[in-house]
Design a binder for this molecule. Sequence first.
Ligand code: C2E
Ligand code: CA
Ligand code: CA
Length: 557
Amino acid sequence: MEAIPLKSRAIAFAFCIGAVAFILAMLAGAEGRYDAALLSRGVIVALVCGVMSWAAAEHSIAGIAEAVDAASARISEGAQGDLSTPTPPQVAEALPELAVALDGMFRQVRANLDSVHAMAMFDPVTSLSNRTNFRREADRMLRNMPDERVAALFFIDLDNFKTVNDTLGHAQGDQLLAMVANRLRAICGAEAARRAGSDALVGRLAGDEFTLLFPEIDGEAGASRIARALLAALSEPFDLAGHSIEVGASIGVALRPGHGFTLTAMMRAADVAMYHAKACGRGQYQFYSDALGERLAGRARLENDLRAAIQREEFALLVQPQVSLRDGRIVAGEALLRWDRPGEGLVRPEAFLAAAEDSGLIIEIGDWAIDAVAKMAGEWSAAGLTQRLAVNLSPRQIGRADFFPRLRAALKSHAVSPRIFEFELTETLASDVGDNVLVELAALRGEGAIMTIDDFGAGRTNLSRLRTFPVDRIKIDHGLIAEIATDAAARTIVQSIVGLVHGLGCEAVAEGVEGEAELEMLRVMGCDAVQGYAIAHPMPAADYAAWNTVARSSLAG
Ligand code: C2E
Ligand code: CA
Ligand code: CA
């Protein structure tokens, strides 16, 4: 409904006053009789009163009414989004307090809107564009760019940010991010000055991920130069609350038009390249390439297939025996995982374990394996096999809080004791495990399980850790064993390792023993047990008991 302007109301009011004056005049002059002269005198008095009231209202009320009408019109415009037009002058003249209040209100609303806008567009920690704003601006830049011009998108992920955040706290972490942002801005500034070209766009995508778009560069060489400058800037120590902090970064680079034309394509390419830089050992930059993209797509397909394989339980365990070099006894059988992939047969772990580890699928596969080995151990006990069942443990499995409870539950449900198990951890894993895992491993060992360090000589060994790690056996890596028949240095190394292992009070096991010559040398070196094709290939669990019976007589003989 349309509001009646105050001015119209004032005029109506004036006429009412006129009408009242007319009636009063009539009553005053009537004295009981009414004639035409009296009536006309009354009308004249009423008209004079009405006109005088109207004039007075016009002067005093109409000015205010006009101001109030203008103010209400201004508020309506404000409600439609106009926050900048100044308050009309008639408001300031007639109602100065209202004018001041209106000005203040619009100023406040504008300020609030500005800060909401800033919050929606800029990251409060670094004041850089946030993901939404970066995407919008970068999209606009790329759309307005001539097709032939080369642009570069850099994806930066800090290498050690999590450690800083965890050790120094979030406030220091935020400060570090702000310092990183400043260094990035400085590089963009230097680049803009160098080329006198258009400014680069910098954004913080999330956490410790930053992104830069340079809309005009000198091809791949230019992008490399900028990437080197970024790496150098971020590898300089940061001074944080009196600490000198080294962070470093991994950078992925995508070029337009070579690696993609749209922002989405460039971002995907730079992301792939950044993950490659991380995988290559961090602290470096990598360009996107089609081969890299294909490898990642292949990895994604593999992960999908693995997910389906878990649903369909397409896994199996093979068993490979270990034999004592002293008396030929079968001391253990190692359970080795296989993926019975439809159309491909039994796939070996190296084809899928890395993908399973990276995607976390190793947890589900590991759960399947825990149950399968416990079940196998139960079957062995029932068949009268007293040898140990060796099981490989992966870092992701063992680092999980409920790994040990699950393992124990599986042992319980198949009514097997830890005594039948041998747990194999690579030397790198053994060096890295936390104290809580050590306690669990030591407890299992206390209940009769054997602990073994796997692939010794192939990874990173913390020799002092060997002193404290609850270990019984050390498996010398296949890579070293393979050379002993032909290479004197390999022989010396293996001989020394056997001595070291014995010195620690452990048993030395050689793995990947393929030929009689190696077998003989290992026997001479005093190695305790061997595993490898020279004894037997890994075999289906169902064949293992039968193989045992045959082998026991032939090995003993
Ligand atoms: P690993 O623990 O070092 O296992 C020994 C590997 O050497 C096995 O490979 C075995 O088939 C192979 N091998 C045995 N004898 C010979 C030989 O004479 N010559 C050569 N060249 N190789 C021999 P496989 O089965 O492909 O397993 C590879 C790795 O996958 C294992 O290395 C282990 O680290 C991992 N793995 C296997 N099963 C499991 C599992 O159930 N869980 C976990 N987490 N990892 C597993
Ligand atoms: Ca092993
Ligand atoms: Ca091994």
